[in-house]
Design a binder for this molecule. Structure first.
Ligand code: F6R
Length: 350
């Protein structure tokens, strides 16, 4: 059951530090085919797709592998040209029909397939050549939270085990040890996230911005907001603002900006100024190092989480912050949190 928690979603969000603690240090076996793969295709739908997107950044930056991202619901209808390589299909339920179809397509084309699933013995687990369990435990809330985090962690662990730079590896692994505690600290500041949510309740739409790995996190935050609160959420790469979305900015559309202290920080800050100059109401989610550089920026609010050891760990903290903002916005609106309208936990039709 959900015990003292008002919703399964809340319980599942609170389980995330423990999952990172347990799974972060657990040894992960990977098949030889993956160790030697020069090209890895990542496939998924919805939140699993956004986790896979984060995985693409990890595989490129850490493991120096060519990583291609494919949306399962589009992929197998497209007659895509497939060359040698390994497919990693990411799915919480292991039952998503589109993802299963994409795996079957890849197998027909001779790819070695890996299923990264949360549900053992699921259809995807049975279909693939190799199964990797995300071990988040059963996820009851329809909106994926802890499963997303566990997927991202698994993809990070794969990338770490494929990487050569041992000093960098050490740094990330040490950072991972600190991460559960840093995630806990977000819960201590939950009242600030509730306040932010209160400001969002009457919005018609909310824009989410991020750069680098914060871009798929922004997309995930927008999806969480849309499905839970029924407020239209749209994520954009912050660098794309001036290519169109800037026209949306006015005093009525809140903008949530992920601005961690990473290689993109300065660029993201200039995007924040672009939004502020058009009377946009900005809410920043950043770490301590980022916040220290943001004094005097004319925004509505800044939510600050502890600075992680390396950029690879920001998504675990920023995604959790966005999950909580979506949860409290939906709560203020009185939405059906564990079972949003029109949605099902596993999507077994195409
Ligand atoms: C969003 C959400 C969905 C799923 C998607 C894929 O919160 O839960 O977008 O991520 O339907 O489902 P799985 O991971 O079971 O393949």
């Amino acid at each position: 059951g959900r015990g003292e928690f008002a919703h399964y979603m809340l319980k599942e969000m609170y389980e995330q530090p423990e999952i990172v603690l347990k799974e972060g240090s657990r040894h992960l076996d990977i098949p030889e085919e993956l160790t030697h793969a020069l090209h890895i295709t990542l496939i998924g739908c919805g939140s699993a797709f956004y986790a896979a997107w984060g995985g693409k950044y990890y595989l490129e930056h850490l493991a120096h592998r060519k990583a291609t991202l494919e949306l399962a619901s589009e992929f197998h209808y497209r007659n895509p040209i497939v060359q040698e390589g390994v497919t990693i299909a990411v799915s919480q339920s292991g039952e998503t029909a589109d993802t299963l179809k994409a795996i079957q397509y890849m197998e027909q084309k001779g790819q070695y397939t890996i299923g990264m699933v949360n549900v053992p013995y699921s259809s995807i687990a049975r279909q693939v050549n190799y199964e990797i369990l995300t071990n988040a435990g059963p996820e009851i809330g329809v909106a994926s939270t802890k499963a997303f985090t566990a997927q991202l962690l698994c993809l990070l662990k794969i990338s770490i085990s494929l990487m050569k730079d041992s000093a960098r590896k050490e740094k990330i692994l040490n950072g991972l040890k600190q991460l559960p505690l840093d995630m806990q600290k977000i819960f201590f500041k939950v009242s600030q996230l509730q306040d932010i949510a209160q400001h969002l309740v009457h919005a018609k739409g909310i824009i989410f911005l991020g750069r680098g790995i914060s871009y798929p996190v922004a997309l995930e935050g927008a999806l969480k907001m849309s499905e839970l609160s029924y407020i239209f959420g749209q994520g954009f790469a912050a660098g794309e603002l001036k290519h169109g979305p800037l026209a949306l900015i006015d005093a009525t559309t809140p903008v949530i900006v992920l601005a961690p202290m990473d290689q993109f920080f300065e660029k993201t800050v200039s995007n924040i100024y672009e939004v502020c100059a058009r009377e946009g109401k900005v809410f920043i989610v950043t770490d301590e190092a980022g916040a220290s550089q943001l004094a005097g920026v004319p925004v509505q609010d800044i939510f600050v989480y502890p600075s992680p050891a390396t950029w690879e760990l920001h998504p675990f903290l920023s995604a959790l912050s966005l999950q909580l903002i979506a949860y409290y916005t939906a709560l203020h609106k009185g939405c059906s949190i564990d079972q949003p309208r029109n949605l099902a936990k596993s999507v077994t039709v195409e």
